[in-house]
Ligand binder design. Structure first.
Ligand code: CAA
Length: 249
């Protein structure tokens, strides 16, 4: 059987890197989508670094907020792999944290488009190949803050909550075609995104996590791999919460 191809948006970022590595370890051919503000050298350096560590991963530039840019990106991926994408991980995301009373329109729009519109832009370009091939695994990365809400994140919590609706609706539509659609909701994980939070606030957050620490990127990567496996075909429309017990429901 030919090697299945996985495409991970935001693949060169904190959690994205661990997802890519885990999917390589699971035996997939992996391409990481990147934006990096158009800094292609940064992505190529990341790729070289992964190769040194034993992970052969392709890279493809795209702006997930822009449908036309996504078209070029997915075309690029298909040309690189000379095949279709069987596994899609919608992982790209940003934060623009601030209290709602001070939030600017662009802080709302940027978060909605990067975290939610992106799911339309990328998935729409991949889904028909999955349907034609009667196999697909889609994993959407949400957040604990979608379920519990977070002070300073009305934009992010709203966008990440939208992912749950998207996941469940699409899961209904494609279940009979051999395609599963699931959400993984990480809690606070040691990434550059979380490192931006002030140190005293980070300490308060850790004190609210029963496991007593932040998560590791590898703990998210292996969960995503699990959901992409052949034997995970009966899990669809679900949400896998990985938050150290910070929010149980
Ligand atoms: N609940 C209630 N009140 C809170 C609060 C909370 N959790 N956090 C702060 N406040 C209050 C403070 O007590 C203070 O009140 P007073 O003015 O009465 O003293 C006030 O809010 C602080 O207001 P400021 O305008 O000075 O705050 P700020 O604008 O400098 O900072 C913030 C606001 C940027 C949102 C900051 O609180 C923050 O960084 N919070 C953490 C946000 C967070 O967790 N982001 C997650 C990022 S990582 C991620 O998103 C990944 C993932 O999926 C988990």
């Amino acid at each position: 059987m030919s090697q299945k191809v996985a495409f991970v948006t935001g693949g060169t970022g904190g959690i994205g890197t661990a997802i890519c590595q885990s999917l390589v370890t699971s035996g997939y051919r992996v391409v990481a989508g990147y934006n990096s503000g158009g800094n292609h050298d940064k992505a190529l350096a990341w790729q070289a670094n992964q190769l040194e560590k034993g992970f052969k991963i392709g890279v493809a530039y795209g702006d997930v907020t822009d449908f036309d840019s996504c078209k070029i990106c997915i075309q690029n991926v298909k040309e690189q792999i000379n095949s279709h994408i069987s596994i899609l991980v919608n992982n790209a995301g940003i934060t623009r944290d601030t209290q709602f009373k001070k939030m600017e329109k662009n802080q709302w729009d940027d978060v909605m488009s990067a975290n939610l519109d992106s799911l339309f832009n990328i998935t729409r370009l991949v889904i028909n190949d999955m349907i034609d091939n009667r196999f697909g695994r889609i994993v959407n990365i949400s957040s604990v803050n979608a379920q519990k809400g977070q002070f300073g994140q009305t934009n992010y919590s709203a966008a990440k909550s939208g992912i749950h609706g998207f996941t469940k609706a699409l899961a209904h539509e494609v279940a009979s075609k051999g395609i599963t659609v699931n959400t993984v909701s990480p809690g606070y994980v040691l990434t550059p995104m979380v490192a931006k939070i002030a140190e005293d606030i980070q300490q308060k957050i850790i004190s609210s996590i029963p496991v007593g620490r932040m998560g590791s990127i590898e703990e998210i990567g292996s969960a995503v791999s699990y959901l992409t496996g052949e034997n995970s075909g009966y899990i669809t429309g679900s949400n896998l919460a990985i938050n150290g017990g910070q929010h149980m429901y």
